[in-house]
Design a protein around this ligand. Sequence first.
Ligand SMILES: Nc1ncnc2c1ncn2[C@@H]1O[C@H](COP(=O)(O)OP(=O)(O)OP(=O)(O)O)[C@@H](O)[C@H]1O
Ligand SMILES: [Mg+2]
Length: 259
Amino acid sequence: MNLTRFPQRFVAPFCATVPTSTARVDNFAIEGHNLNFSFTATHTQDVPVLRDCSIRIPRGEFWMLLGPNGCGKSTLLKILAGLLTPTSGTVYVNEPKSFVFQNPDHQVVMPTVDADVAFGLGKINLTRDEVRCRVSRALQAVGLIDYMKRSVQTLSGGQKQRVAIAGALAEACQVLLLDELTTFLDETDQIGVIKAVRNSLDTSAEVTALWVTHRLEELEYADGAIYMEDGKVVKQGDAPSIRSFIEARQSAYINQINS
Ligand SMILES: Nc1ncnc2c1ncn2[C@@H]1O[C@H](COP(=O)(O)OP(=O)(O)OP(=O)(O)O)[C@@H](O)[C@H]1O
Ligand SMILES: [Mg+2]
């Protein structure tokens, strides 16, 4: 897997750096069982980051991962992407999978939208018509079909994120791993990106997405969610119940510091 040319947005069709669970159930596109992870420090003790995390995300669903700063969301996502290897535990993620990072300016590499979406298709043996068809379908799914010939430099941050998602869809990615894509975006762009992901899943039963966010209002677009604290999965379930759970937790915390 060559990450040097394309460090920020990568598709890992044959990534096999993490142990694969034998207990995989076909209805789940993403599974992590009893995952532990520590950062290795040279002069001090290792820093434990994930503690016995287990998650299961059904195929074709849009799930969100929430939790306070530093609780381990990005670390868990990187383990699922194969960018980090867990200290122990097993992972299964359908492939190809794609990891899209936070900064929109790190997502696009080619001068025009259609060239960028087609970028990853060079490694697959496709005719020119097949490439054109995949690029159009992917741009349609993210609502950018009219931007096909636009220079990427003229796009907003959210449009760049959507081009990156289209690139993953064009490569027939089964799993999208998306880390706080809306952080740097204004409200219109935020909604555009989240709707693009929702629409991508609604138009293909094969695509599953895990979206890291801090914004509770984004849960309205999710099928399910996972809430983490201090390296542990505290709760996972349908989006409304996770939202209520987090709101109750936040108000208990506010009451505690006000008392
Ligand atoms: N390279 C590293 N070396 C040591 N510790 C690290 C490293 N990267 C992250 N950490 C620590 O691991 C913990 C989890 O970090 P992570 O980035 O996964 O959290 P997060 O939930 O994504 O936070 P945020 O919401 O701020 O993005 C934090 O305490 C962080 O300081
Ligand atoms: Mg993070």
